[in-house]
Design a protein around this ligand. Structure first.
Ligand SMILES: *Cc1c(COP(=O)(O)O)cnc(C)c1O
Length: 422
C-alpha cells in the first residue's frame, strides 16, 4: 500500500488516487458510532414519519408515497455490461441509488436540508404554541402558521443544492430564506431559488467563504437561524435516516448483506455531511458488512486531505497547491467538516479522487445507457467505482477484509446524488 507521503504527492499533482483508511474499526451496530449517538438517527426517522401527512399535501409529487421523500434503488445492467466491455468486469451486481431523482429538489440535499428545516419548524411551532408534538403536522399548511414562521429568517450557505433544498422547504413553510452562494453556483439553481421567493446573495469567494458570510449574517439578526453545513448534527441525522430505508430496499431487491455478501457503496463527497450521514446510517444497519468509499474531484479532495493528514479542517486543498475548481459544483469544497471527518475515522473504508474528464464521461454514459440526467457531482460514485476497480488498493482491501471468496456475491451501489433538472 502507498504511504502517506506518496498519496500526498499524487494529490498535489492532481492525479487520481485511492486511499484506504487505516483507522477503520470493527463496529457494533446500534451502539454510538464515531461519537454520534444512534438515538439521533432514530429521532430523525421518527420526525420524517411525523411530517409525512404535511409533506404529502405540501408537495403533491410525494403523495403517491404518502409524503415519504425517498428515491429508488435500481439495478443498472446496461452500465454493468458496458463496464465489462471496457475491461472492468464487475464482480457482483451493480445498483444505482437515484437520489438524483429525490422528490422536491432532485438531490441528496433533500435528506439533510429539508430535515433540518422540518426540525426547526417543530421547535418553533412548539415554542410559539401553534402545534403540539403529536398533533397532525398538516396544520402547518395554514396561513396563521406561515405568518408565525415568517418572523424568522433561515440563512444557508451553499454551492447550490443545499440552498435549493433549504430554500424550497423554508419558503413552503413560510420562513424568510437567504441563501449565501459561492462562486461555483450554477445559474439555473439561482433562478429556481429566486422563483421560490428566497433571497440570493452571491459571493466571489469559495464555499468556506460563503459559510463565513452566512454564519455572520444570521448572528446579526434577532430571529436569524443558520443551517451550518460544517457542523450540523441535524443535517447529519437527516441524511443518516436513509439507513432504515436502505435495509428495506435491499430486502425488496433480494440482495443479502452479510459476512459472505458484502455491500460496497460509493458516495460523492463535498464538505462531508451528506456522504458522512449516509455512511453512518448504513453502518448502523449493516454493520461491518457495508464498505463505504467517498469520491472527490482531484482538485477539491478536502475530506481525503483532512483524513489522510489527520488535520481535518486545519488544512485546505489550497495549502497543497490545488485550485479547488471543478465542474462538479456540489463537490467544490476546499476545507472539510471536522465534525464529519472525525466521525468517519472508525467508519469509512477509504476515499477516491477522480478527474473532471472522468466525471463528464460518466455523465454521458449514464445518460446514453440508462437514460438518466445526472449532474457531474452526482456521477462521482460511478467515476470512483471505475477508479477503485482498477486499483491495487481494492485488491489489498479485499484481502485485508477476508472477502476474496465472496466478491462475486457483492452488491455495489453507486450513489447518484444530484440530477440536472434545469
Ligand atoms: C452536496 C452534494 C454532494 C456532497 O455532499 P456534502 O455534504 O457536501 O459532502 C454530492 N453530490 C451533490 C449533487 C451535492 O449537491
Amino acid at each position: 500500500m502507498k504511504g502517506i507521503e506518496e498519496i500526498l504527492e499524487s494529490m498535489k499533482q492532481a492525479e487520481p488516487v485511492c486511499w484506504l483508511n487505516p483507522l477503520m474499526e470493527r463496529i457494533t451496530p446500534g451502539e454510538d458510532l464515531g461519537g454520534i449517538r444512534f438515538v439521533e438517527m432514530k429521532a430523525a426517522q421518527a420526525r420524517w414519519l411525523r411530517f409525512m401527512p404535511y409533506l404529502a399535501k405540501a408537495f403533491p409529487e410525494t403523495e403517491a408515497k404518502k409524503g415519504l421523500i425517498e428515491s429508488d434503488l435500481v439495478a443498472v445492467s446496461r452500465l454493468e455490461q458496458w463496464m465489462g466491455e471496457q475491461g472492468l468486469a464487475v464482480s457482483g451486481k451493480l445498483y444505482l441509488k437515484k437520489d438524483s431523482q429525490l422528490p422536491v429538489v432532485g438531490s441528496v440535499k433533500a435528506r439533510g436540508g429539508i430535515y433540518e428545516v422540518l426540525k426547526l419548524a417543530e421547535v418553533i411551532a412548539s415554542r410559539e404554541g401553534i402545534m403540539k408534538p403529536n398533533e397532525d403536522h398538516s396544520l402547518l399548511l395554514e396561513d396563521r402558521c406561515k405568518q408565525v414562521f415568517g418572523k424568522y429568517t433561515i440563512h444557508v450557505s451553499s454551492t447550490g443544492n443545499l440552498g435549493l433544498s433549504v430554500g424550497t422547504m423554508g419558503r413552503t413553510l413560510g420562513f424568510q430564506v437567504i441563501v449565501h452562494l459561492s462562486k461555483d453556483a450554477k445559474e439555473w439553481k439561482k433562478k429556481r431559488l429566486r422563483a421560490c421567493g428566497a433571497r440570493v446573495e452571491e459571493y466571489e469567494g469559495d464555499y468556506s467563504y460563503a459559510v463565513q458570510m452566512g454564519r455572520r449574517a444570521a448572528k446579526d439578526q434577532e430571529y436569524g437561524y443558520f443551517v451550518d453545513d460544517e457542523n450540523s448534527l441535524d443535517l447529519f441525522a437527516g441524511y443518516a435516516a436513509v439507513g432504515f430505508r436502505m435495509k428495506m430496499q435491499m430486502m425488496l431487491a433480494h440482495r443479502a448483506v452479510d459476512a459472505s455478501h458484502p455491500l460496497f457503496v460509493y458516495l460523492p463527497c463535498g464538505v462531508g455531511g451528506a456522504p458522512g450521514g449516509i455512511c453512518y446510517g448504513l453502518k448502523q444497519l449493516f454493520g461491518n458488512h457495508v464498505h463505504c468509499f467517498f469520491v472527490e474531484p482531484v482538485n477539491a479532495p478536502c475530506m481525503m486531505l483532512g483524513m489522510v493528514t489527520g488535520k481535518h479542517n486545519n488544512i485546505s486543498v489550497y495549502d497543497i497547491g490545488l485550485s479547488g475548481l471543478t465542474e462538479a459544483d456540489g463537490l467544490a469544497v476546499g476545507r472539510p467538516s471536522a465534525f464529519v471527518g472525525k466521525a468517519m475515522e472508525p467508519l469509512l473504508s477509504g476515499a477516491i479522487t477522480v478527474k473532471d474528464e472522468q466525471l463528464l464521461a460518466c455523465e454521458k454514459e449514464l445518460e446514453e445507457l440508462e437514460g438518466l440526467l445526472i449532474e457531474p457531482s452526482g456521477c462521482a460514485g460511478l467515476a470512483g467505482f471505475n477508479q477503485l476497480s482498477k486499483s491495487q488498493e481494492l485488491q489489498e482491501y479485499i484481502k485485508r477484509q477476508g472477502l476474496e471468496k465472496c466478491m462475486n456475491n457483492a452488491t455495489h451501489i453507486l450513489w447518484a446524488t444530484g440530477g440536472r433538472i434545469e
